[in-house]
Design a protein around this ligand. Structure first.
Ligand code: NAI
Length: 296
């Protein structure tokens, strides 16, 4: 099965951290990309941010001026979902909530052509459950990128119970054509990476909660002595603490409340406070002029 042809329209829904990165990946591969967000200003901000990223790549000599300009001009924002009707593929990167994702895909299904494929970038929600809202559930699978999407090589192609072979193969081939390493997995709780990552976060959260060590010490230890690129707290701040909590909750629920995956109170309280990490200026660390966490 071959990848989507580069001339075909890719729509990205959700103009946050992930939607912006995914739109950039598709535009870099030559696709025209339409970005829709519930908040029109978020979609426009995402398109402006993408233009800045391409300008930076050109300034660093990674692309020439013409390539950067051509790629940037392939991405545009829209405030109207109906503009997505000509898409060959819609990639969803909205809030991590099953009801919101189901409602969006139901609305999209009434708009697009019968052969349009749907991909969800969900971190942890069951692909089977998202697809169950559709009349043609076979057209939907997970296409799980990692943050930041333009730089991270891996994409999990996640099969729900009803995902068709053709959908899975086309999405896998498309991810590879976009320069990514695609791994196939099933819609098990947390898929592969977020399942493996749960104890990385939760044991560190418990150690901090028990007063064994502070965030900066744990981060520095894992980064500098453990060989991880980022420590758990700086990584949660990058991901977004709301997203991280939602993933923890959904893996815990999907494993029938297995105590190994019980979320911690700190995670909940940080979100209650509105401290969502880098995107809100404060998470486990403060941002804006702040120094990186010190070494051990
Ligand atoms: P975000 O909070 O940065 O952005 C979400 C965007 O979706 C916002 O601009 C919001 O206005 C928009 N939105 C919300 N509901 C909408 C709707 N019904 N229709 C259209 N737009 C809507 O979130 P982020 O971090 O980009 O995450 C998006 C998805 O990607 C989530 O499912 C998350 O689990 C997943 N993901 C997140 C990763 C991360 O590191 N943040 C990594 C991999 C996947």
């Amino acid at each position: 099965m071959s990848a989507l042809p580069p001339a075909s329209l890719v729509a990205v829904v959700g103009g946050g951290v992930m939607g912006s990165g995914i739109a950039m990946v598709a535009a870099s591969a030559g696709h025209p990309v339409l970005l829709y967000d519930l908040q029109p200003e978020a979609a426009q901000r995402a398109v402006d941010g993408i233009r800045n990223q391409y300008a930076k790549l050109a300034a660093r000599g990674k692309l020439n001026e013409q390539q950067a300009e051509a790629a940037a001009s392939r991405v545009s924002a829209t405030g109207s979902l109906s503009d997505l009707k000509g898409a060959a593929l819609v990639i969803e990167a909205i809030v991590e909530r099953l009801d919101a994702k189901q409602a969006l895909f139901r609305e999209l299904e009434a708009l697009v052509a019968a052969d349009c494929l749907f991909a969800s970038n969900t971190s942890s929600i069951s692909i089977t459950s998202i697809a169950a809202a559709l009349q043609q559930p076979g057209r939907l699978a997970g296409m799980h990128f990692f943050n930041p999407a333009p730089q991270m090589a891996l994409v999990e192609i996640v099969s729900g119970m009803a995902s068709s072979e053709q959908t899975l193969k086309t999405l896998g081939a498309t991810a590879r054509a976009w320069g990514k390493t695609a791994v196939s997995t099933r819609s098990a709780p947390g898929f592969i990476v977020n399942r493996i990552a749960r104890p990385f976060y939760s044991e560190n959260l418990r150690l901090a909660q028990e007063g064994a060590a502070d965030y900066a010490t744990l981060d520095a230890l894992l980064r500098e002595c453990g060989g991880f690129r980022m420590g758990p707290f700086e990584l949660m701040d990058l991901i977004g603490l709301d997203i991280n909590l939602a993933v923890s909750q959904s893996v815990w629920q999907a494993t029938f409340l297995d105590p190994r995956y019980t979320p911690t109170l700190i995670q909940q309280e940080m979100v209650n406070a509105g401290w969502l990490g880098r995107k809100s200026g404060r998470g486990y660390y403060r941002y804006g002029g702040e120094q990186p966490p010190p070494a051990v």
